[in-house]
Design a binder for this molecule. Structure first.
Ligand code: GDP
Length: 402
């Protein structure tokens, strides 16, 4: 009997204890989390935050007790991501400074140097400067594409000065020829590429020319020239006629950290040019460089195309420069192109490319005369920094040697 009573007591106590545990467990589940240990918002460990990504608002996170929260891994995750990002970013090149580029590249003018500079010096050094010699001097200048009128002017001035000079030492002759050639090339012209930002927006430079002259390459190299001079640049790939032009330009831009605005192949060049300037304004850059399509099919076609690009860009503000790119190796053909372009748009500067591949450096003089605008840059090779600001003194020194 006693055993029965004892068993009943134990059973009652046990039931009571179990019931109490269940109730307290239920009550604990119903308690608001605030009364529990502090809740920590755990980072989303499976989807670690990416650098630059905004963290999700804390309220969206499930609340868990301290015991349930895994160790925070966020700082580690960020550290891991950062170098990975750095690895994929394209390396940005630092272009060579522009000052002194022509002096550095002077040897590239060796073909012009031999046929023009040295040729003239040796002719002028002859003991007797008779009519035949003067004719030879004239011939040398014409062969180097200096052009008829400038050649006659130069010969006239040289004849007068040599007569006044009397006997001539090699140094005197070199000095005299240098002075006259620098005068002929034009030492006072303003050759700066207008690329300084305005209050309202960036400077806009249109690059025009016939396909094949080196227009896209020059636009890319010019971006480097401007970046080297501390400018921030946006490129506009408005040459939608040549299939690879936009890719080519974009690659040039990426190398110096400049964004390229482009459109579909065969798209409307004017709308790309417009968008490029818009992007330049939004980014607050100094200069927008626009590579245009140079189809010389008919003058009217060219006029329509370039005229439209210019008009549309001018909705944002004035165009600061229209640079005409000419291939120095094409001689008279280049001059004909120059004439046609000048009738269509107001050219403000000339870029002469491929002067490294010709003996006809005199084209600098002829083309300036033809258009009445200065040569501002010259291309002296296919290297990324082989585009030099044109300096008459350094150019003439390269031709005649100093
Ligand atoms: P575009 O059709 O006028 O845009 O011509 P590209 O820019 O594609 O250039 C045509 C070719 O001329 C390319 O092979 C360039 O590397 C080359 N080129 C451009 N400028 C120079 C230069 O100053 N010297 C030399 N040697 N080649 C150049």
């Amino acid at each position: 009997m006693e055993y029965v009573i004892l068993a009943v007591v134990i059973a009652v106590v046990a039931i009571g204890a179990i019931a109490g545990l269940v109730v307290s467990g239920r009550r604990r589940q119903q308690l608001p989390p605030k009364s529990q240990a502090p809740v920590i918002t755990a980072p989303k460990t499976p989807q670690e935050p990416q650098v630059g990504e905004e963290a999700a608002p804390p309220t969206e996170e499930p609340r868990r007790t301290v015991e349930e929260v895994p160790l925070p891994e966020a700082p580690e995750a960020v550290e891991v991501e950062a170098p990975a990002e750095a690895e994929v970013a394209p390396a940005i090149e630092v272009p060579e400074p522009t000052a002194g580029r022509l002096v550095r590249l002077r040897s590239r003018l060796s073909r012009s140097q031999n046929s023009l500079g040295k040729g003239l010096l040796s002719l002028l050094s002859r003991e007797h400067l008779d009519e035949d010699t003067w004719e030879e001097i004239e011939e040398t200048l014409l062969t180097a594409d200096v052009g008829v009128a400038p050649t006659q002017e130069l010969v006239e001035r040289l004849r007068t000065r040599v007569k006044v000079l009397g006997t001539r030492t090699p140094d005197e002759l070199r000095g005299l020829l240098r002075e006259e050639l620098v005068e002929l090339v034009g030492k006072d012209a303003d050759r700066t590429v207008r690329s300084t930002k305005h209050e309202e927006g960036p400077a806009v430079v249109l690059v025009v020319g016939v396909n094949g002259v080196g227009k896209t390459t020059t636009t890319g190299k010019l971006a480097r020239v401007l970046v080297a001079d501390g400018r921030k640049v946006v490129l506009g790939a408005a040459d939608t006629f040549r299939a690879a032009a936009a890719d080519q330009l974009q690659t040039w831009g990426e190398r110096v950290g400049a964004r390229t605005v482009r459109g579909p192949e065969g798209g409307d060049p004017a709308s790309i040019a417009f968008d490029a300037v818009k992007e330049g304004i939004a980014e607050g850059v100094d200069t927008v460089l626009i590579d245009t399509a140079g189809r010389l099919h008919t003058k009217t076609g060219l006029m329509d195309e370039l005229g439209k690009v210019k008009r549309v860009v001018e909705k944002h503000g004035p165009v600061d420069e229209v640079l005409l790119v000419l291939d120095a190796t094409t001689g008279q053909n280049g001059l004909i192109q120059a004439r046609v372009f000048a009738e269509v748009v107001d050219i403000t500067g000339i870029v002469l490319t491929k002067l490294d591949g010709t003996a006809k450096g005199g084209i600098v003089v002829a083309v300036q005369r033809e258009l009445g605008v200065p040569v501002k840059l010259i291309g002296l090779g296919e290297g990324a920094d082989d585009l030099a600001p044109f300096e008459p003194g350094a150019f003439v020194d390269a031709l005649i040697g100093d």
